[in-house]
Design a protein around this ligand. Sequence first.
Ligand code: MG
Length: 344
Amino acid sequence: MKTSFERREFPLQHPFTIARGTQETAANVVVRVEDDAGNVGVGGAAPSSHYGETAGTVEAVLPDLLDVVERVDDPHALSRIESEMRTVVNDNPAARAAVSIACHDLAAKRADLPLYRYWGLDPSKTLDTSFTIGIDDPEVMREKTRDAVEAGYDTLKVKLGTDRDEELLSAVREAAPEAAIRVDANEAWSPREAVRNIEWLADCGVEFVEQPVPAENREGLKFVYERAALPIAADESCITASDVPAVADRCDIANLKLMKTGGLREAKRLIHAARAHGLEVMCGCMIESNASIAAAAHLAPLLDYADLDGSLLLAEDDFEGVPMPEGRIDLEAMDRPGTSARET
Ligand code: MG
């Protein structure tokens, strides 16, 4: 087995603002693992500073993680690779996710199967990804919404958590009267403020609200969940499968991300844990290229909601992945094995 990695900076289509700040480029790290027959698996890390990672920290730990792959020397030993990686580097989930994705891509390529078939999943049970409208001036959000609707996206995710949330959401709703709208406050509200806001959001026909209050305010999340007029999704409050029992009585939806779980196997564990606790499941993402989004798309048959627009928010992506015409994650249109991530 041979391994390598390299940093890529992707420009975004628009500066991307959420309650915590603005991002203008996405620094991803692309990982490759190659078997002796020359099959190459590709994965990507999209580190998030919110979880203490940067492209630099990813690059710092990848040599140790890729040592694990070379030492195990079996691309199908996915369970062993993920658990040994956790022993070597317990934090740094985006770095571990990149290696996990690359190994899954390689394993499925060796079997000559798309990843969803390697897993035995039903590709007809797919769904649409939402398309995210970041925080901006109301006129700009209205314009971005018009563009998104024109491009065929009929499920939007709107970032809120400002002092003019009603104005912003109204601008989006006016521009997309028919769209399904989900709202993500990224921890910005107090519990009482959240309950009040969710009342008018329900009047605007919003579908659900993600992470209304800070992750550390567990009682606050429960306060909101017990009073909210809409379903609540937990994102920053739900990182790995072991967080599921603690949020199960204070949200309706668990939002997993590969860059939080640190790998595809842990992502599937989270899905099953959430189901066992009666939660619905969404898969979200960071601003990511198809080096990693392509893999997350194969989880679609296991999900209730998908928020996998990471590559769609880039001005250009060096990788193509699973086709998403008008937001529909089209696994059946896949014509190549693995995750389908391919450098363009
Ligand atoms: Mg979120």
